[in-house]
Design a protein. Structure first.
Length: 339
């Protein structure tokens, strides 16, 4: 066989190989993407019927997001979920588009992080969507999510299918219950606060107050001094600002009987709202309990909303925020140096 014949034979072999690859990719696209290229083209029509989302990992992490007449709830916390985060998750799942098939070999699942989450070492995260009116039925949609592939793509596979896929967009999938909570707690602006009364865990009690909202700063009670000391306005400013957009990190059911508080603070606003806040320590975590919310006049409605939100619960807040709220008297007005 001459040199030219060998060249043509090699070219022919390359063409056959390319054709085989093209056919294989085309069949994969038809098998797994469908005409729309979506992972779940049928999810769009059922999106408003999803009543439960369950996300779990092999290490025992689990969150159950349940739709109720009052809105979405985090079942493991018996508390309101962040509806915006859940809506984004559902929309991202609905939009999932298959870019390519990566592997059908279960031995390679772990490389992509899509191994079934049945052992603590498994990297996959199982996402299950349940449709309303089908109690006890298996999930209508189930996905084993794996590693991220850049900022917008993710490796995953449908739980009942073998092929590992590269998908876009990459939804935020987290089996930690605290990740899905509606963490907004209270929002009181500094100019609304009329008085703060505190009983610290140690040291003297103190009261900060002002007669009118137009007063530039709050004054500290005299305590044991002959005259009222001048508070450090930087500390006071930080203290007052602690109640603006105050959010929590986690929530738990309050103990019955309630655990003894280490420190207490009562907040009163000019429009008649009163909050009694108790502080508790649990290891390196800091918790607050709003034991009562009362209001008169314009604040009555706000007080009722806060009561519904906080009754029966204790809230973990960042340690730095806890320390900013439960100040000691000497921090607000350092004692004058002795002569």
């Amino acid at each position: 066989m001459n040199h030219r014949a060998l060249v043509w034979l090699a070219v022919a072999a390359a063409v056959v190989a390319l054709a085989a690859v093209w056919v294989d990719r085309g069949q994969a696209g038809r098998s797994f993407a469908g005409q729309s290229g979506k992972l779940w083209p049928e999810l769009a029509a059922q999106l408003n019927q999803i009543e439960q989302i369950r996300i779990s990992r092999g290490d025992g992490s689990l969150v159950t997001l349940q739709r109720t007449p009052a809105g979405w709830q985090v079942k493991e916390r018996s508390y309101a979920a962040d509806a915006g985060k859940i809506r984004k998750l559902l929309l991202d799942l609905m939009a999932l588009e298959i870019l390519e098939e990566k592997t059908s070999d279960p031995q390679r699942y772990a490389v992509l992080g899509i191994d079934a989450p049945t052992t603590p070492a498994a990297a996959g995260t199982l996402v299950e969507l349940f449709v309303a009116g089908k109690t006890g039925a298996p999930p209508a949609f189930a996905l084993v999510a794996g590693k991220s592939a850049g900022s917008r793509e993710i490796y995953a596979r449908r739980a009942a299918d073998r092929p590992g896929l590269l998908l876009r967009p990459a939804p935020v999938i987290d089996a930690t219950p605290a990740r899905w909570l509606d963490t907004a707690l209270i929002d009181i602006k500094p100019g609304e606060i009329r008085q703060l009364q505190a009983t610290p865990a140690s040291g003297a009690a103190w009261t900060l107050g002002r007669a009118a909202a137009s007063d530039a700063g709050l004054t500290l009670d005299r305590g044991t001094a002959r005259t009222a000391p001048s508070p450090d306005q930087n500390v006071v400013t930080g203290l007052l600002g602690s109640f603006t957009s105050l959010a929590f990190e986690d929530v738990r059911a309050g103990a019955t009987p309630p655990a003894p508080a280490l420190e207490r603070l009562q907040l009163q606003t000019f429009d008649g709202l009163t909050l009694d806040i108790a502080g508790l320590h649990a290891g390196d975590k800091r918790w607050v309990r709003i034991e009562a919310a009362t209001g008169t006049g314009a604040a009555a409605g706000a007080a009722e909303r806060i009561r519904q939100l906080v009754t029966g619960h204790e809230f973990e807040i960042p340690a730095w925020k806890y320390d900013a709220i439960f100040r000691k008297r000497d921090e607000i007005a350092p004692p004058a140096p002795r002569s």
